[in-house]
Design a protein around this ligand. Structure first.
Ligand code: SF4
Length: 318
């Protein structure tokens, strides 16, 4: 049996705040198989980005990370020494706003050369060859001109492609993409999603795609986990989730999507708001907003239960 590339068991991330301890991620379990695109979806504040930052060891000092297991290809990421060896080398992350992630004072070539030399220790000629190869790989035409360009001379889509080239410069096998298309217009968004799929197909890259957009999940992901208040509410193959959603929160998210023929009609919305995360919830975190809530939902713990192959849900209805 092959080891999953990424294994997360019982991940908890909390922050000390003047109002109390804020629990951003609560007992999260996820596994990513090699070469898959896995979507992490949910509303703002549900713990998607905090999960990614915890994986990368980028939680600020006010935060506390604990897990029973956090490993990349068998390497224990809870050890700071291991983490510093694999971060940027075997796993890399790209963010929503490429303009804010690229250094405005260096050319794309200088930034790529820095990463390639740091991780791969190549001489100047090989570094330049590798940089051109990477820019070609992410679909940037005229890579020699791009090497000389500063970030502000590129469009948003080109900047995001350059960011992806930078993230992959070390030969990473896990790419964490945090809302990589949210700041881009719709046509460029589709191009970047196609690029991510093509990188997976050509290089066997594994991608953790964080998004609030179920349309992005439908277009791109093989499997998906729906997060709510720092917990996995439901996880399934993408096709399964859209065909037969189980969790009332997933139903709410899907019901809020605009569909052909819904022009002029009011979209449905999930009433209420996400719990603050400051006070501990004994039962289901969705209870205050759930149309199917029962008495036991407010008190009994909620393990993820399997409802079909590859499909599990945390809900007392199942
Ligand atoms: S456990 Fe209860 S409150 Fe939570 S989603 Fe299921 S039915 Fe709703």
């Amino acid at each position: 049996m092959t080891l999953p590339l990424l294994e997360i068991r019982g991940l908890r991330v909390s922050f000390s705040t003047p109002a109390g301890v804020f629990r951003a991620v609560n007992d999260l379990d996820l596994t990513l198989e090699r070469g898959e695109i896995f979507g992490l979806v949910g509303e703002t504040g549900c713990g998607k980005t905090v999960t990614a930052l915890a994986l990368m060891g980028l939680i600020p000092p006010t935060g506390r990370v604990a897990a029973s297991r956090l490993s990349l290809d068998g390497v224990d990421l809870l050890s700071p020494r291991n983490l510093s060896k694999v971060r940027g080398r075997r796993m890399a992350m790209i963010f929503q706003d490429p303009a804010a992630s690229l250094n405005p004072t260096f050319t794309i070539g200088q930034q790529l050369s820095h990463v390639i030399r740091h991780h791969l220790r190549l001489d100047s000629a090989s570094t330049r060859r590798r940089a051109i190869e990477l820019l070609n790989d992410v679909g940037l035409a005229e890579p020699k001109a791009i090497l000389r360009a500063y970030p502000h001379q590129l469009s948003g889509g080109m900047q995001q492609r350059a960011m992806i080239a930078l993230a992959l410069a070390s030969g990473a096998d896990l790419l964490i993409a945090d809302e990589p298309t949210t700041a881009l217009d719709v046509t460029i968004q589709a191009q970047i999603l196609r690029l991510l799929k093509s990188l997976r197909d050509r290089h066997g890259l594994t991608i953790l795609l964080i998004t609030h957009d179920l349309g992005v999940v439908a277009q791109t992901c093989d499997r998906v986990a729906v997060l709510y208040a720092g917990c996995v509410a439901e996880t399934a193959l993408t096709a399964q989730l859209f065909r037969a959603p189980k969790h009332p929160y997933t139903h709410g998210l899907l019901g809020a999507l605009p569909r052909p023929g819904s022009r002029g009609k009011l979209l449905s919305a999930i009433e209420g708001s996400v719990p603050s995360g400051i006070s501990a919830t004994a039962g289901c975190p969705f209870a205050a907003r759930c149309p199917s809530v029962m008495n036991r939902c407010k008190t009994e713990p909620l393990p993820l239960k399997s409802v079909a192959d590859a499909h599990a849900v945390a809900c007392h209805l199942y």
